[in-house]
Ligand binder design. Structure first.
Ligand SMILES: [Zn+2]
Length: 487
């Protein structure tokens, strides 16, 4: 009896010690944000406002692109940023992507790459009336700049160029070379823009010290139970695969049906897929994010996070209850399209669906495919169905976060947003940056803007807009980042 009490007491002490150790590195949230006085915020906002007016809309069908608008946008950059145009000799890649090359004083150092895309998603048909301002007006009202692409991601491109233009005016020259790569089909997975830019760098034998792209930003109320804004820097992104699953049917008159039709079987496969997700796992960026945020959480949450050997099943259950956190810990599947018979009284000869899958780092597209097969054979004989891989991109490699370039981003964030917690994270969506791993190991995805959940939800949605304050701070951030990269 005494021994049991002793054992339990020691065990509780162990849990408590682990809890204290787990959350011991509390980030300071004190300090005054650095001044943005050196930035001409009005000019930066005007630049972005003009940038929004070019309808650089990206479509799945490349023939639908209005390439005239893309060309005009690139010319606008040349006119608006004449010093950059003169210093960096913009070079077109595959007609509508562009590279700027700013030579540094030390050509021997591996260069820095600032990456962006200027294509934007269309305004969905039928939603035009939801917009409170014309999506391509770039109108400034109530301290905000409205329009498609204001957040995703013309603001980042304009911030880079405003910062660099001002630095050139001040006579600054960077130590290492800086490349700027702006691409035109990121929203279509970048096969013509970013991929071709990477080929260019490979041919030239250029490897980068770091690549900096869109991805995380600073979000208020991002994590339940965590009060401070959270600045998240994407170290990796999940993969993307599209599977077409086709179930064969018998055909014939619907008055004498078999026990299950092709559509019935397909529905069961989809239901099984939803009810039997792939195994959850904590990847390094998620683990690190929990470590960073845990000191701000309640004692019970900290206890659970610090003692995952005991509480992991409970943690996974909590994560699984919310679509965002669920996507952080497992490969996801969602049935997004379907097609089957075309008459109410005819048994369909086939039923097919497209399943969009987002493989977690560590799970491959073939692991996901195997899982889909396991679900399919529960409802069909192997000769009754087939699966085609329409798209199969694995998750990106993982960028390290113990590097000087990561620390540089972290310290810049602390400078302009001292009240924010800075953490690595795993990006759920995709970006052009994953294409750059052949030319760089250190790829970071971050936009230095502070937004709330409501603003975040306007990306790829109605009423996309950005505060003028964010435009100024983002420009100040990049100016300082370029200046201090080698300090
Ligand atoms: Zn984007």
């Amino acid at each position: 009896m005494l021994l049991s009490i002793l054992f339990i007491t020691l065990f509780i002490i162990l849990l408590l010690v682990r809890t204290v150790l787990f959350s011991r590195n509390r980030q300071s949230l004190q300090g005054t944000p650095a001044s943005c006085d050196s930035i001409d915020g009005k000019r930066a906002a005007e630049s972005l406002s003009q940038a929004i007016t070019y309808r650089t809309i990206s479509y799945g069908d490349y023939d639908k692109f209005d390439y005239g608008e893309f060309g005009k946008f690139l010319n606008f950059l040349i006119e608006r940023f004449p010093r950059m145009a003169q210093q960096c000799s913009p070079r077109r890649i595959n007609d509508y992507s562009v590279l700027y090359h700013w030579k540094g004083t030390d050509g021997g150092l591996p260069p820095l790459l600032l990456l962006g895309h200027y294509d934007v998603v269309p305004v969905e048909e039928g939603t035009e009336g939801e917009w409170r301002q014309d999506p391509f007006s770039g109108v400034i009202e109530g301290g905000e700049l409205w329009g498609r692409g204001s957040l995703d991601m013309k603001v980042q491109i304009i911030s880079h160029l405003e910062a660099a233009e001002q630095l050139l005016a001040e006579g600054f020259q960077p130590q290492r070379d800086i490349w700027f790569s702006y691409n035109y089909d990121e929203e279509q997975r970048g096969s013509r823009g970013a991929s071709q830019a990477v080929e260019f760098f490979k041919e030239k034998g250029i490897r980068f010290d770091s690549v900096f792209d869109e991805g995380g930003c600073i979000v208020k109320g991002a994590m339940p139970g965590v009060e401070p804004p959270l600045a998240i820097i994407g170290l990796a992104e999940k993969g993307c695969a599209n599977f077409r699953i086709k179930v064969k049917g018998s055909g014939g008159h619907s008055s004498m049906p078999p026990r299950s039709t092709a559509l019935g079987k397909l529905s069961r496969i989809i239901t099984d897929l939803e009810q039997n997700p792939m195994k959850p796992r904590m990847t390094p960026p998620v683990r690190q994010m929990l470590r960073v945020t845990s000191p701000e959480m309640s004692f019970v949450s900290r206890l659970a996070l610090a003692n995952q050997f005991l509480f992991k099943p409970l943690l996974f259950k909590i994560f699984a209850a919310n679509p965002t956190t669920n996507a952080m810990i497992r490969t996801s599947f969602s049935a997004t399209m379907s097609r089957t018979g075309d008459a109410p009284n005819v048994l369909p000869l086939s039923a097919e669906a497209v399943i969009n899958c987002r493989p977690l780092p560590g799970d491959s597209v073939s692991d996901a495919l195997n899982h889909l097969h396991r679900m399919a054979v529960k409802s069909c004989d192997p000769n009754e169905y087939e699966i085609e891989i329409i798209l199969g991109d694995n998750a990106s490699p993982l960028s390290p976060y113990e590097t000087s370039s990561y620390r540089k981003i972290e310290s810049m964030i602390k400078k302009y947003y001292p009240q924010a917690l800075v953490s690595p994270y795993l990006m759920m969506g995709g970006s052009d940056s994953s294409k750059f791993y052949p030319v760089c190991d250190n790829i970071y995805r971050f936009m230095p803007i502070l937004i709330n959940k409501e603003e975040l939800d306007t990306m790829h949605n109605s009423n996309e807009r950005i505060s003028l304050d964010n435009i100024t701070r983002s420009t100040a951030f990049f100016k300082e980042f370029i200046k201090e990269y080698d300090q």
